[in-house]
Design a protein around this ligand. Structure first.
Ligand code: NAP
Ligand code: MG
Length: 495
């Protein structure tokens, strides 16, 4: 696929159609490997946001998507999955072009999207109520109804994957969706909405509007017809969304940031651990909520492990995600690069030792893009800024521990609690430690790994609610209790 502006020119997707938007505003979309425009998109006005909600409300009320047979939704979702599978490479290329990640990573993301669609499609006809024994001659039962119009706000790091992760269960439950992708990375969401309609999704059931989160995002949530919001992004924005949702008493799921600890015990397989640690912090150029960004290693093996990770880091080939053999792409934007670099510089001032990386790649041909050499910072004092806040880049912060208690305490010493991992050959240590880690997800002897059928979510400031798994679909339904009085009128006395 070549990358001319006209080829990647999109409007908003409202009511089953590509529309230019009422204000006529457009915005360029950039390739993070070059910071050159690769296309342009229509930017939604407040009126467009309203139209998108109206379109969803109309689709919800007028099509039989909500009330119809769940098995019909299963079929449509499976058709969407098959169509995406057929065009997987094209979608992966578009994701890479817009977001920067390697083609291999984008193909992995698209595969996950397909599996998510397949998984939730199987749940669409299994949304069931209960019958509840109550006193007297009565039948008490519950219904599970779709909420109506659901709003979904997605970040830029896994643009399509994180959008579909909440959109697919909402659709499976019979809702009508308005999706707002991140302004930096809207292309795959717009292309996906078109594909979904070509696969038979009724008009108005999936709408996509692009525009500033602060304006369009907030007006979507404030709209009285919006019944829930699913948000994935930063903690500060998550807090604002929780406030807006609270004002309207609508449910909000919040998938927020992380500061994932990686605990390595002295008996771990160091080669395997080093590969996993590198994957967990340099994958997606470190722009992962569930990155293993804090390495907590037993002091006795610290040097050996850090050397192994640094050797892997130095061997990674940087370049545009679409080029052959590239291991790590650019960061998503110049702003993200500057933010990550400021953490690295500050860590040096705080006494950290830069083991490898630590600077932007300025030489041709990568100098125009947002490339940062994979970085390891060791010897950090506890309390260093880089150990406390989310960096969201390819930067591993290392500290050591001397005994298990100290290691677990350090792992939990954070306001986040999304993902934690640990490396040991001892099953008892592994399971006892997993119980004590304050994180919504713990992985043992493997780098970040998840599946559509496994819950994904965080403790503490990492969020509220879980996505994925069978429960994910229930969040997009509400319960109704119905009680029926079955007593027969007493027969009138005949005298
Ligand atoms: P972000 O700045 O919070 O933006 C996320 C989305 O929210 C974007 O679509 C953004 O729109 C929109 N937004 C911004 N302000 C808003 C407001 N006031 N009201 C409504 N929507 C608003 O996050 P990001 O920088 O894209 O992504 C990085 C963050 O996401 C990191 O903290 C990361 O940890 C987190 N994350 C969490 C998970 C998880 O599953 N827990 C997964 C991935 C990422 P604009 O693009 O127009 O600003
Ligand atoms: Mg942001």
């Amino acid at each position: 696929m070549s990358s001319t502006s006209s080829e990647h020119s999109y409007g908003l997707f409202i009511g089953g159609k590509d529309t230019p938007g009422t204000a006529g505003d457009r915005q360029d979309v950039l390739d993070p490997a070059t910071n050159r425009a690769i296309g342009s998109i229509a930017v939604a006005s407040a009126d467009d946001a309203r139209h998108a909600i109206e379109s969803a409300q109309h689709g919800f009320e007028s099509s039989d998507w909500a009330g119809g047979d769940g098995a019909q939704r299963t079929k449509v979702l499976q058709r969407i999955a098959r169509k995406l599978e057929e065009r997987l490479d094209e979608f992966a290329r578009l994701e890479t072009l817009n977001m920067g990640k390697t083609l291999k990573e984008s193909r992995g993301d698209m595969g996950f999207v397909v599996r998510t669609l397949d998984y939730v499609s199987g749940l669409a006809d299994k949304i069931e109520g209960e019958t509840i024994p109550v006193p007297g001659a009565r039948l008490d039962y519950t219904l599970r109804e779709p909420l109506g119009v659901t709003v979904h706000i997605a970040p830029w790091n896994y643009p399509l994957l994180l959008a579909v992760r909440s959109v697919a269960p909402a659709l499976a439950a019979g809702n009508a969706v308005v999706l707002k992708p991140a302004s930096l990375t809207p292309l795959t969401a717009l292309a996906f909405a078109k594909l979904a309609h070509e696969a038979g999704l009724p008009e108005g059931i999936l709408n996509v509007v692009v525009g500033s989160g602060g304006r369009i995002g907030e007006s979507l949530i404030a709209d009285p017809r919006t019944a829930s919001v699913a948000f994935t992004g930063s903690g500060d924005v998550g807090r604002r969304i929780a406030e807006l949702a609270a004002q309207r008493f609508i449910p909000a799921t919040l998938e927020l940031g992380g500061k994932g600890p990686v605990l390595v015990f002295p008996d771990a397989d160091l080669d395997r651990a080093a590969r996993g640690i590198a994957f967990g912090i340099f994958g997606n150029a470190g722009q992962m909520c569930w990155a293993g960004s804090r390495l907590l290693v037993h002091a006795s093996i610290s040097e050996a492990l850090v050397n192994r990770v640094a050797t892997i880091a130095k061997g990674l080939k940087l370049g545009p995600g679409s080029s052959d053999g590239v291991d790590m792409g650019p960061l998503v934007s110049p702003g993200q690069l500057a933010s990550v670099l400021s953490f690295v510089e500050e860590s040096g001032a705080e006494g950290g030792r830069i083991v490898c990386g630590g600077s932007r790649v300025t030489s041709a041909p990568l100098g125009d893009g947002n490339f940062l050499a994979p970085t390891v910072v060791a010897d950090l004092p506890s309390g260093a800024h880089i150990l406390r806040d989310e960096v969201f880049g390819p930067v591993l912060a290392v500290t050591t521990f001397d005994d298990t208690e100290q290691g677990i305490r350090a792992a939990n010493d954070t306001r986040y609690g999304l993902f934690a991992s640990l490396w040991t050959r001892d099953l008892a240590t592994a399971l006892a430690t997993a119980r004590r880690l304050q994180a919504g997800m713990v992985s043992i002897n493997e780098a970040p790994v998840t599946f559509p059928q496994a819950p994904f979510g965080g403790y503490k400031e990492s969020g509220l609610g879980f996505e994925q798994g069978t429960d994910a679909i229930l969040q997009f339904t509400r319960r109704k209790n119905v009680v029926v009085n079955l007593s027969q009128p007493k027969p009138a006395k005949t005298s």
